[in-house]
Design a protein around this ligand. Structure first.
Ligand code: GRF
Length: 206
């Protein structure tokens, strides 16, 4: 399975994938990484692993690259890499419906909440404010509607009365580091299909 990864930040999830591939625990090729931030530590992680990186910085000398320009470059790059799967791992720019529809492979996203609750940002803060007892992360198919595509897998943790947004962020990230490689493994070995007609074959337990 040829996998392209889109990142914006530290890339700890990318690192987990790189490590799993190196340990032969994940039968994929990471064919390229796109970062929309030129200061993302994820870029260093990818380069250290010998993975091709495209930095499509959305802010260049104070000027913001329009989403259309960003998407045109990103699409061209993805088409060149010929991925079977595109993974958004901490990618923080919202993508347009036409980019998603024209992407050369299905796209999945890692989101720090138990979707369908808490789409969007500041999930750890919102879950605490609401007094929820559980929190976690989800991997879903990317569609034009933000964080609303088919949920493929989730990992759950109980919220402690001592939790803060920071502590939850750290604990959810540990879950992410297990859920992401596991879910990609399921896709790689055919345990889940991402073609639209078969999206019902989710790997969520019944
Ligand atoms: C993850 O916690 C993800 O849920 C959020 O951004 C973070 C990315 O972390 N959207 P990293 O860049 O993989 O370290």
């Amino acid at each position: 399975l040829r996998v392209a990864v889109l990142v914006s930040g530290s890339g700890s999830n990318l690192q987990v994938l790189i490590d799993a591939v190196q340990q032969k625990a994940l039968p994929i090729d990471i064919v390229g990484v796109i970062s929309n931030r030129k200061d993302a530590y994820a870029i260093t992680r990818a380069k250290d692993a010998g993975i091709e990186v495209a930095v499509l910085s959305h802010v260049e000398s104070g000027k913001r690259m329009g989403i259309k320009t960003f998407e045109a470059h990103a699409n061209e790059q993805l088409v060149a890499w010929q991925p079977d799967l595109i993974v958004l791992a901490g990618f923080m720019r919202v993508l347009s419906g036409s980019f998603i529809d024209n992407a050369p492979a299905p796209m999945i996203n890692l989101h720090p909440s138990l979707l369908p609750v808490y789409k969007g940002l500041d999930t750890h803060q919102r879950v605490l404010q609401a007094g929820d007892r559980h929190h976690g992360c989800s991997i879903h198919v990317v569609t034009a509607e933000l964080d609303a595509g088919q949920v493929l897998s989730q990992a759950v943790l109980p919220i402690r009365h001592t939790d803060t947004p920071d502590s939850l962020q750290k604990r959810v990230q540990v879950l992410e580091h297990h859920l992401l490689p596991w879910t990609i493994l399921q896709i790689a070995i055919g345990g889940v299909s991402l073609t639209p007609s078969e999206q019902a074959s989710s790997i969520l337990p019944a």
